[in-house]
Design a protein around this ligand. Structure first.
Ligand code: CUO
Length: 670
């Protein structure tokens, strides 16, 4: 028998007591550790001050996609925000430690550190060391523990957990071939941090938050599709029919935040169902998902949304003031209940999509199972279904972008500067880039207790040999000219080994770098290292880095610049193929005077991975729409000639297209 979705909101939990629900369901409340309702100890003042934060059971999953969990996070963050400085925060967090959900605890501390100016010296180590169980299967951790139990007590050598390429599956299913990509520690850590900086409904609005939600996720989807192409797999299909089973299951084999509880698993061919988790107070109908999508599509095709007063809000990107359409659409789609133009009407499509998928194996708590990894910000990219959901989201954004006017020649052209030659160099070789496997070491024994012994976690990950971009640029103007250099990468051929036209290639272009140079009159040679990329981060900080960072030391400088967000440098390049795979680099120069955004103030921290993450306490530093010039359909005519492929853009002197090869060595680099 179905549990009915309560109507009218409000005291949802209270309502259940009077509901005519089957007794078998009703008696479960309060029995399972996962359904303990908030019962603050009456005499514990700290607990009482935490609001709904203690309502998320310890040891269970925390999901920012659930409204009830977001509320709990807000309460805990508000509590931590009241602290007066680093020492106060340390004391307060020590009092709260052990009293709230572990993931929520780390979330709230990170959230506060990112937002309080006086905490700018405080840094947290990488999630990999805080919660090793999110990155390595339970079995491997148990094996390490066994080894330690049998070990000679005097042995000081650390135990090493090698987490190799088998990851979570066999090669029986095509999707398993991409486990190394989806389960990469770096991209999962990046995604966690991104959402930490740009949370919905936490009382913070950041410059172009909605547009960045669109762009950062669009770029993840593009990169994933490219990786699939490298492996000969078709592109991801959007999840637009919730009424048929989801072909691919997912079995994470991980435990939740070192608690020993298992994440939920999804069998192959699971049919998504209405969400009826009364233990969480969360309910969503699939019908609602369909209605919200259809309303968003109506808005896109009509060119306006309807606000809560019933007034039209136009959505266009070519506005000179106010919010761009992509921003308004995105806040309604993600959705941010506080910033959505009309939350009750456009609903909560993306967040609720995560919820339905995260609980599809146990939508009504009949099995008392935890959510699947797709419900957690730090693990959701592991599951293939994440990409199907985000393809649906991106499809709506692209539908909107298709309705926008293509860029005109004057918006694309920059007279007076010309790229004569551009390409990449690695060592002595030009235009061939190499990828392979590499390993990184983390200490697992800081987050998990192995009887005080040292345990090293050594995940294998994709990597590449560093390289440099080189450009020969002529400045025919009489004076120096500041330009923005934009570099993108895309495969040259599609799955049928045919050259792609502009439209097909448009949504695959992956940003590689974006930077400013001042071109002197005449010839200029510009070189730039792949390590400086505008999308990538510094290496994750380990506990050791933080211990070693003293005043004035380089590590302190690193800690200052590091905010966790940013695409991992080791995932900058797609894998390519063993025989070499044809890619294209697209270079474009635009007028910095038009791109620049005035950002008064001193040194900016967290300036790494700026294209995906923005900057701390500053506006997004590029005035153009994100993804420019590939965020819109092609200009129909350039210099009087039609445009059919991206190469036609290179007819403009300030743009350049160049073929390169990416070869996957299939072995350890270095
Ligand atoms: Cu990042 Cu759905 O927004 O996971």
């Amino acid at each position: 028998e179905d549990i009915q979705k309560p109507r009218g909101g409000g005291s949802v939990l209270f309502k259940f007591e009077n509901d005519e629900t089957p007794p078998s369901v009703a008696t479960r409340v309060g029995v399972s550790p996962s359904v303990n309702l908030p019962v603050p100890e009456r005499n514990d003042a700290t607990l009482q001050a935490l609001g709904t934060a203690p309502s998320i059971p310890k040891g269970s999953a925390f999901s920012f996609f659930l409204a009830s969990h977001r509320r709990a996070a807000k309460d805990l963050c508000d509590f931590f925000m009241k602290t007066s400085g680093a020492e106060d925060l340390r004391q307060v967090t020590a009092r709260v430690h052990g009293k709230v959900n572990e993931t929520l605890f780390i979330y709230a501390i990170s959230f506060v550190i990112l937002r309080r100016k006086e905490l700018r010296s405080v840094r947290l180590p990488t999630m990999v060391e805080v919660f090793p169980s999110r990155f390595v299967p339970q079995e491997a951790l148990a094996k390490a523990q066994l080894e330690i139990n049998r070990m000679d007590p005097n042995q000081t050598e650390p135990v090493i957990i090698d987490h190799g390429l088998e990851f979570s599956g066999t090669y029986l299913k095509p999707e398993h071939r991409l486990s190394y990509w989806r389960e990469d520690y770096g991209i999962n850590v990046h995604h966690w941090h991104w959402h930490l900086i740009y949370p919905p409904a936490m009382g913070f609005d950041r410059d172009r938050k909605g547009e960045l939600f669109y762009y950062m996720h669009q770029q993840i989807i593009a990169r994933y599709d490219i990786e699939r192409l490298c492996l000969g797999l078709p592109r991801v299909e959007k999840l637009d029919n919730w009424r048929i089973p989801i072909e691919d299951g997912y079995f994470p084999k991980l435990t939740i935040s070192n608690s020993g509880r298992q994440w939920g698993s999804r069998q192959d061919n699971t049919l998504p169902k209405d969400l009826r988790r009364r233990d969480l107070g969360e309910f969503v109908d699939i019908t609602d998902m369909e209605i919200w999508r259809s309303r968003l599509l109506d808005a896109i095709h009509q060119g306006f949304m309807i606000d809560r007063n019933g007034d039209k809000v136009r959505i266009r990107d070519d506005v000179t003031s106010g919010k761009r359409g992509i921003e308004i659409l995105s806040e309604a789609l993600e959705a941010d209940a506080e910033l959505s133009v009309n939350f009750p009407y456009y609903g909560d499509l993306h967040n609720r999509g995560h919820d339905i998928l995260a609980f599809s194996h146990d939508p009504d708590n009949a099995h008392k199972e935890e959510m699947g990894v797709v419900g957690d910000l730090g693990t959701s990219l592991r599951d293939p279904v994440f990409f199907r959901l985000h393809k649906l989201v991106d499809d709506l954004f692209q539908e909107y972008k298709e309705t926008q006017q293509p860029y005109t020649e004057s918006e694309l052209f920059l007279p007076g500067v010309r790229i004569e030659q551009a390409g990449v160099v690695r060592g002595n070789e030009a235009d061939v880039l190499l990828t392979g496997w590499n390993k990184r070491e983390f200490e697992a024994s800081r987050g998990l207790d192995f009887n005080g012994k040292s345990v090293i976690l050594r995940p294998t990950h994709l990597d590449h040999k560093p390289f440099e971009y080189h450009m020969q640029i002529n400045n025919d103007l009489r004076e120096a000219k500041e330009v923005t250099v934009r570099i993108f990468l895309a495969p040259k051929l599609n799955g049928q080994e045919k050259e792609m036209d502009f439209i097909e290639q448009r949504i695959l272009w992956s940003e590689m770098d974006k930077f400013t140079v001042n071109l002197k009159p005449g010839k200029n040679h510009v070189a730039r290292s792949s390590k400086e990329s505008s999308i990538t981060n510094l290496e994750e900080l380990t506990f050791k880095d933080l211990e070693n960072s003293g005043p004035g030391s380089t590590s302190e400088q690193v800690a200052f610049n590091f905010c966790g967000c940013g695409w991992p440098q080791h995932m900058l390049l797609p894998r390519g193929r063993p025989e070499g795979m044809a890619f294209q680099l697209f270079f474009m120069l635009t007028d910095y005077a038009k791109d620049k955004v005035s950002n008064p103030g001193g040194v900016r921290r967290c300036a790494n991975g700026v294209s995906f993450c923005g900057m701390q306490d500053a506006k997004y530093p590029d005035a153009r729409p994100m993804g420019f010039p590939f965020d819109r359909p092609p200009a129909p005519l350039l210099q009087g000639l039609p445009v059919s492929t991206t190469a036609d853009y290179a007819r403009l002197g300030n743009a350049f297209i160049h073929d390169i090869t990416i070869r996957f060595l299939g072995e350890k680099l270095n």
